[in-house]
Ligand binder design. Structure first.
Ligand code: CP
Ligand code: NVA
Length: 317
C-alpha cells in the first residue's frame, strides 16, 4: 500500500511526449543560451547565473552511469546548487522501503529528484508521491534527457530539426523510444531499421504518427539511410537486457552496424550520433565514431547544457 496520493501540479520531466512542445522548444533555446554564456565567460570565472543557489538536488542511480551522473552533478554545481549522488542499493529503497515513502521523505530534504531506474513504474510512483519535481534519468523504456541533448546538438550543427530525416539503426530500445517521442514533438521524421523482433513499441510509433511525423520501418539498412540527415546507433545490449541474450542479439543486429559504407549512403552532410557508451566495432565502427560525420563528443557535452535547461524548467527558475 502506497498510502494517499497528493495533488501534484509540478513540472516533472518524465518523458518528451508528456511535456508541452512549447516548453520543450523553450528548453532547447535556453540550453543554447546557457552554453554560449558559459563559453563567453573568462576562463575559470564562475557563472554569473546561479539560479539553483540554496537548492539541493538528489541524483538516484539504480543502474550504472558516467554521463548522466557527471553532467547532472556538474550542472547543479555550475548553477550554484548542491547535489548528492545516491545509489539505489545503498538506500532503504533497495531494502524494502516503498518508493512512495522514499519520495515523501526525500521531498522534506531536497528541491529536485533525478532518478535512473529499471521499470518506469518506479519513476512514476516517485513523481506521484514527491512534493518536488522529478526527472527521468533513464528507465528500461525511455531516456528523455538524452534526446534533449541530441536535438540541441543537431540544431547547433545543422539548424532546425523540423522536417529532417532521422534514421535509428539497431535495437528499438529506450533511447529509440524517446527519439520517437521527440519526432512527434519537434516535427521530424524517423526511419527505424532493425530486425522485426526488436521493433520499437507500436504505441510510440503510433504517437509519433498521430503527431504528424512520418515513421518508416525498413528492414534493409542501406535503403533506410538513403537521404538521412542524421543516423543514430546505440548499444545492442542495454543495461536492462539479460547477458544471456547477448549472442542472439548480436546475430540479429549485425546487419545494422553503422559503418563507413552505410554512412556513405546517407546525405553527404549527414550527422552521426550515439548516446554512449559505445561498443566500438559492434553497433558502430571506430571509423564512423571518429570520422567526419560524428558529433558524439558535442552530444555528450550537450547533456550538461540541456539538463541545466530541464532543471530550470522543473524549478521555474
Ligand atoms: N548516455 C548516457 O546516459 O550515458 P550514461 O549511461 O553514462 O549516463
Ligand atoms: N540503451 C542503453 C542506453 C545507455 C545510456 C541502455 O539502456 O543501457
Amino acid at each position: 500500500m502506497a498510502g494517499p496520493k497528493k495533488e501534484n501540479p509540478m513540472n516533472h520531466f518524465l518523458d518528451i511526449h508528456k511535456t508541452d512542445p512549447a516548453a520543450l522548444r523553450a528548453m532547447i533555446e535556453t540550453a543554447g543560451q546557457i552554453k554560449r554564456a558559459r563559453a563567453d565567460r573568462p576562463k575559470g570565472a564562475p557563472d554569473d547565473d546561479q539560479p539553483l543557489a540554496g537548492r539541493m538536488v538528489a541524483l538516484i542511480f539504480e543502474k550504472p552511469s558516467t554521463r548522466t551522473r557527471v553532467s547532472f552533478d556538474v550542472g547543479v554545481r555550475q548553477m550554484g546548487g548542491q547535489s548528492m549522488v545516491l545509489s539505489g542499493s545503498d538506500m532503504q529503497l533497495g531494502h524494502g522501503e516503498t518508493i512512495a515513502d522514499t519520495a515523501r521523505v526525500l521531498s522534506r530534504y531536497v528541491d529536485l529528484i533525478m532518478i535512473r531506474t529499471f521499470d518506469e513504474s518506479v519513476l512514476h510512483e516517485m513523481a506521484e508521491y514527491a512534493d518536488v519535481p522529478v526527472i527521468n534519468g533513464l528507465t528500461d523504456r525511455t531516456h528523455p534527457c538524452q534526446i534533449m541533448a541530441d536535438v540541441l546538438t543537431y540544431e547547433e550543427h545543422r539548424g532546425p530539426i523540423k522536417g529532417k530525416k532521422v534514421v535509428w539503426a539497431g535495437d528499438g530500445n529506450n533511447v529509440c523510444a524517446s527519439f520517437l517521442h521527440a519526432a512527434g514533438q519537434f516535427g521530424f521524421d524517423l526511419t527505424f531499421t532493425g530486425p522485426a523482433q526488436l521493433d520499437p513499441e507500436e504505441e510510440f510509433v503510433g504517437l509519433a504518427r498521430k503527431a504528424g511525423s512520418t515513421v518508416v520501418i525498413e528492414r534493409d539498412a542501406a535503403r533506410a539511410v538513403e537521404g538521412a540527415d542524421l543516423v543514430v546507433a546505440d548499444t545492442w545490449v542495454s543495461m536492462h537486457d539479460s547477458q544471456s541474450s547477448k549472442e542472439r542479439r548480436h546475430n540479429m543486429l549485425r546487419p545494422y552496424q553503422v559503418n563507413a559504407e552505410l554512412m556513405a549512403k546517407a546525405r553527404p552532410d549527414a550527422l552521426f550520433m550515439h548516446c554512449l557508451p559505445a561498443h566500438r566495432e559492434e553497433e558502430v565502427t571506430s571509423e564512423v565514431m571518429d570520422g567526419p560525420h560524428s558529433v558524439i563528443w558535442d552530444e555528450a557535452e550537450n547533456r550538461l547544457h540541456a539538463q541545466k535547461a530541464v532543471m530550470r524548467w522543473c524549478l521555474g527558475v
